[in-house]
Design a binder for this molecule. Structure first.
Ligand SMILES: Nc1ncnc2c1ncn2[C@@H]1O[C@H](COP(=O)(O)OP(=O)(O)O)[C@@H](O)[C@H]1O
Ligand SMILES: O=P(O)(O)OC[C@H]1O[C@](O)(COP(=O)(O)O)[C@@H](O)[C@@H]1O
Length: 304
C-alpha cells in the first residue's frame, strides 16, 4: 500500500484577476476552492495512475469538512485524523505574476497527535509512505523523524517532499525519493547554482547524504534524476501553463506511482515529467488522459 501524509492540508482558494491593484477594491473574474495540500495532490495523481493509496493527515472544522467531502467525491481513499481546529485556507493569487499565501495551519491537541501516530501501526513491510508539505506551527522537524522511524521499523520505505533543514535531517534515514526544485536545492546548501554542473554537484551531495533517488525539478526547464548510479535529464513538454500549483506534487506521484510498479527509474521519470507538466497545463490536478497525451513528447537523455 502507498500512504500519503499531509500533516497540514489546505483548501486552495484560487483567485484570478488580470491586474491586481494593491490597496484598492479588486473584483476578480474567477475564483475556485480546491482540496489542496501536497500529499493530497500526490493521492490525486496516484488515483489517476490506478495506484491504490490512502491519504492521512489532520482535518478539522468547516474547512476540514469541505476537504473530506471533496476527497470522497473525487474517490480519494482517505483516513484523516479529526481535529477540533479549522484546517487552513491557502490563497493562490494569479495575476500578472503568481502569488501564494500559505497559512501556518491549525493547532492540534496531544490526544489528536496520539490518534494520528496510531495510524502508523497499520504500515507493513513493503509499503511506501510519502510525507509531503509543511508541518503544523507547533511541531518541530523531529515530528517527521519520529514518523519516519515508525515506517522504517516496519521495513517499509518512505519518500519526503519538504524543504530546508527538515529535509536534510531525514536524509540519513535513506528516503527512497526526494524532489526538491532547483530553488529549494540551492537553499538547502545556502548557495547559488550558476549552471547544471553546479546543480548536479549539489544533487549528488543529497544522494551521498542518504537519498536513494534524487529528482530535481526545474519548472518549465524540465528536470534531472539521479538514480541507481545514473543521471537522467529531460526537457519539459511544451504547452500553455494554466496553473502550476501541484505540479511538483504531481511529478513526485508520477515517479513513485510508476517506479513501484516496475522499478525502472527511466520510465518512472518519464511519467513524473508527464504528470508534472500535465498538471501545470490544467486548472486543477491532471487526469490520466492529459498525462497520456504528453508522454510521447518526453525524451529522456542519460547524461551519465
Ligand atoms: N512552466 C512549465 N512548463 C512545463 N512544465 C512545467 C512547468 N512548470 C512545471 N512543470 C512541470 O512540473 C514539474 C515540477 O514543477 P516545479 O515547478 O519544478 O515543481 P514545484 O511545484 O515543486 O516547485 C516540472 O519538472 C515540469 O515537468
Ligand atoms: O505545505 P506547504 O508547503 O505550505 O504547501 C501547501 C501547498 O502546496 C500545494 O500542495 C502545491 O504544491 P506544489 O505547487 O509545490 O506542488 C498546494 O496545494 C498547497 O496549498
Amino acid at each position: 500500500m502507498i500512504y500519503t501524509v499531509t500533516v497540514n492540508p489546505a483548501i486552495d482558494y484560487i483567485i484570478q484577476t488580470p491586474k491586481l491593484n494593491l490597496g484598492e477594491v479588486n473584483r476578480p473574474q474567477y475564483t475556485n476552492f480546491i482540496a489542496g495540500g501536497k500529499g493530497i495532490n500526490v493521492s490525486k495523481i496516484l488515483n489517476q495512475l490506478d495506484r491504490p493509496n490512502i491519504a492521512w493527515g489532520f482535518l478539522g472544522g468547516f474547512t476540514g469538512e469541505f476537504l473530506k467531502t471533496t476527497l470522497s467525491d473525487e474517490q480519494i481513499h482517505s483516513d484523516f485524523t479529526a481535529i477540533n481546529a479549522n484546517t487552513r485556507v491557502n490563497v493562490k493569487l494569479k495575476s500578472e505574476t503568481e502569488t501564494e499565501l500559505n497559512a501556518a495551519g491549525p493547532r492540534v491537541t496531544a490526544e489528536e497527535l496520539a490518534d494520528f501516530k496510531q495510524k502508523f501501526d497499520q504500515v507493513q513491510a513493503g509499503d511506501i509512505v510519502i510525507f509531503s508539505g509543511s508541518l503544523l506551527p507547533q511541531l518541530t522537524n523531529d515530528f517527521y523523524l519520529e514518523l519516519i522511524d515508525l515506517v522504517v521499523a516496519k521495513q517499509a520505505q518512505f519518500a519526503i517532499d519538504t524543504t530546508g533543514q527538515a529535509l536534510l535531517d531525514t536524509l540519513d534515514k535513506q528516503p527512497l525519493v526526494i524532489k526538491p526544485n532547483h530553488h529549494e536545492l540551492a537553499d538547502l546548501f545556502q548557495t547559488t547554482l550558476h549552471d547544471d554542473d553546479e546543480l548536479l554537484t549539489s544533487a549528488e551531495k543529497l544522494h551521498e547524504l542518504g537519498a536513494h533517488h534524487v529528482l530535481i525539478s526545474m519548472a518549465g526547464a524540465g528536470a534531472y534524476l539521479l538514480a541507481e548510479g545514473h543521471v537522467y535529464h529531460s526537457a519539459a513538454p511544451k504547452g500553455t501553463v494554466v496553473n502550476s500549483v501541484g505540479a511538483g506534487d504531481s511529478m513526485l506521484a508520477g515517479y513513485i506511482g510508476e517506479f513501484t510498479k516496475h522499478h525502472d527509474p527511466e520510465l518512472a521519470f518519464k511519467y513524473g515529467l508527464a504528470c508534472g507538466s500535465a498538471t501545470a497545463f490544467t486548472e486543477n490536478i491532471a487526469t490520466l488522459n492529459q498525462i497520456n497525451q504528453l508522454l510521447p513528447q518526453i525524451i529522456i537523455d542519460r547524461v551519465r
